[in-house]
Design a protein around this ligand. Sequence first.
Ligand code: BGP
Length: 468
Amino acid sequence: MRQFPEEFIFGAATAAYQAEGAVNEGGRGPCYWDEFLHRPESRFNGDVASDFYHQYPVDLKLSNEYGLNGIRISIAWSRVIPDGAGEVNEEGLAFYDRLIDECLANGVEPVVTLHHFDTPLPLFHQGDWLNRDNIDHFVRFAEVCFERFGDRVKKWVSINEPWSVVAGQYIIGHFPPNIRYDVAKAIQAMHHMMIAHAKVVDAYKRMELDGEVGIIHILESKYPITESEEDREAAYVEDVLANQFMLDACLKGSYTAETLTVIERLMSLQQATLVVEEGDMEWLARGSAQNDFLGVNYYASHFLAAHDGESGIHHNGTGEKGTSVFGLKGIGKRVSNPEVPTTDWDWPIYPTGLTDMLVRVHRQYPNYKAMYVTENGMGYKDDLVDGSIDDTPRIDYIAQHLNAILDAIEQSVTVRGYFLWSLMDVLSWTNGFNKRYGLFYVDFETQERLPKKSARWMREVANRRQVI
Ligand code: BGP
């Protein structure tokens, strides 16, 4: 039976706003989600979430008991620098000291993300990543964290999923500031995020710390639904926008001519041009030479058809299967592939897309050094029956994706770890608490944790380093 490499990390992931709660404790300032999810029409918010701020000793003990040797956590920028740009908050730093020490005491390596969708509110109101000042504020925050935790944290992630941030903020509109179909803004913000990433990598290396630093991208493969030229073009354009533009930035350190042709055409559809300031491309080049790894988040792939009509998007945020619509003028339309099953939130379950993506990065960007699959998992409405949770569909999903990783490793791709999204059930940004991903079920009334069937299965997988 195939085995994962000896040093392979079997971990699970969390993110500050989705897990911590305690939004008014420890001198924390608000991030933009606090404001957004407190509108009267909001169905949920992250005030308490999974109470990780207080429950982390329980979660780390469980991680250890269930065979995990890695955890992704993120540091909330607004706990450390409450307004994003001003004074550093010692209480915030002290919380992460305790959390990191608890990870290490349990033999669970912390992989720490600096930006997981949670820009501090004042900086958000100044334009977030569309405002270039955000870059320098973010680099300062990163330096504060490197200085304080760099002795104990050996794997750092600058930014989690730039594409999801800008797609949510400027295309789908389900993330604040809720702008729709503005592909030009999305592209410009991604460019700034990639400069920020490069500067953070450079800062880490300048500080001569002895760990690794990288970035995480969500990388969903895009396939034409038919072999027609028009459908192939739609898949190609969505791939350049969502994947290749940023892979070029972080791994090549420059945008290739093919990438720029697509990007410039998309900008011109909105009478815009990509603004690249003097020195930007030098930063990208410098960053790309110093990355230690690429984190790949993978949940789904998409099947594309040509689309001549206006843009139209419906986000399925409730789990009402079959309600999603995603069509962008000048790009294409996501369509269902009858041979590919989907989750209740309409996410196609297509593990081959993960193998294809890992192999593609390996071939197209041979300087990537190492990849980690930093998120993968299945949103599911887990039912508590007689005090236990049978989440067999999630086990099947994870097994298929672990096998997809083994397929890539067999093709010489360097993959060093797998982090399941999520460790325990957490808040889902636009879906709330009924879209669960955790290995550990959370009773959000009592904050009690209950290992699901998948947790017991995962323990066996990690122990044997085999998919069982
Ligand atoms: C990724 C994010 C995570 C997590 C996950 C599941 O994009 O990095 O924070 O939320 O997706 O997404 P959702 O909660 O929308 O199902």
